[in-house]
Design a protein around this ligand. Sequence first.
Ligand SMILES: Cc1cc2nc3c(=O)[nH]c(=O)nc-3n(C[C@H](O)[C@H](O)[C@H](O)COP(=O)(O)OP(=O)(O)OC[C@H]3O[C@@H](n4cnc5c(N)ncnc54)[C@H](O)[C@@H]3O)c2cc1C
Length: 431
Amino acid sequence: MSDYVDSYYRDSRRITLASPPTSLTGSRRVDVAVVGGGVTGCSAALHLAERGYSVALVEANRIGWGASGRSGGQILTGFGTGMSTFANALGADDARRVFEMSREAVRLTVDRIRRHDIDCDLRDGAVYAALKPRHMKGFAAEQKHMRQVYDYDGLTLLDRDALNAHVRCPSYIGGLYDAESWHLHPLNYVLGLARAAQQAGVTLYEQSPVERIVHGRTPIVHTPEGALTAGHVVLGGNAYLAADVAPELSGHLMPVGNYIIATEPLFPAQVAETLPGDDAVSDANFVLDYYQLSAAPADGPRMLYGGQVSYGKKPPKRLNERMQTKLGRLFPALQNIGIDYSWGGLVGVTRNRAPHFGRIGDNVFYAQGYSGHGMALAGLAGQLIGEAVAGQSERFDLYTRLTHRRFPGGERLRTPLLVLATNFYRMRDLL
Ligand SMILES: Cc1cc2nc3c(=O)[nH]c(=O)nc-3n(C[C@H](O)[C@H](O)[C@H](O)COP(=O)(O)OP(=O)(O)OC[C@H]3O[C@@H](n4cnc5c(N)ncnc54)[C@H](O)[C@@H]3O)c2cc1C
């Protein structure tokens, strides 16, 4: 059980919860018990409380302690996989419904931020940057396909000059701008969502790890000093959920470590020479770089730059030095810039990179494995679980029709196999 990791987000936290959560002691009966205080859990709790259910949420650490409070903060349309994954599995019509839901996920995020007055530096615009001609070809095909098949007009192809208005990086040859995507301060966002849930009647418990679930007509969720008996349980532990809490989910997720640095505050000239459009950026590589500026504090915005990955619990060696070198190569104006923070978290990746939703029995729901796209999709997942608990599971069940295979190799071999696969893609990124 831990406090927040040492990150820029922790030190720029502004949202306080409506009342400080205690840990769970004793037994309580509720309509719905939610496990995990990230976007998935807080969104489900908020939505269910708005529908009139009594809800308690138990978080092993602090609200927003997991990936949600450490992420790159990009609120993106679409998924961690291309739409063909959905079209092949569900057919063209349902793939269109699924894509529309990814747009709904973004709108839901923005609406909740406005409705609940969540002060989380919300800004619009996301750019995908091309490093090679084959990336530009891919972007052009994607833009055309999304317009023709999915009626999506939000994408604009950018040549090098047009890209310069958004991001000024000599390595990029062009890009694709998504007008419907956004970015924000992720820890303030998830804390704001949790505060809204409290205001809707949800009881939050922190430092209350669920150790065991007894399944049955009214499942019981056990923490070291307490228990919740509920009509339904929502599992929102994602990459942090221990296998013994839900053995049924074991092997479906690869928890991949992903790391971000925050530079020292930039001078206005450095902002103008790097991210004049104040957009979120990610490049087109498989192991991708992504970044945004923090919203300007009095001393200037920082570059929040992410992308280094690891497959063990330890951060990559010489993380800061490597990130500083990469950043300096991308942006000459930031060569040798000081790094004030670095931190990492676990991304839950599925084999097909589509989100993994489902039920254990008929009253325990889970949503996980957004594969790097969860900041918006986890909000939608919470809403869809809320609908399913209320008996309207048609939208949730679109996702349960996707086939999710386990990673091969069991607990010990899974990581080396993914490293091998990723190294292959990393090499391809270089070509
Ligand atoms: C460095 C990084 C950058 C990322 N950048 C982006 C981005 O820019 N855009 C994007 O869309 N996605 C991004 N992601 C992914 C995104 O953050 C996640 O998909 C999303 O936050 C998942 O939310 P969640 O609520 O499902 O899981 P989490 O936020 O991880 O929350 C799970 C919570 O469950 C708790 N928990 C686990 N087990 C138990 C238990 N037994 N009992 C009680 N509580 C438990 C954990 O403590 C944790 O707080 C990034 C992830 C990382 C790590």
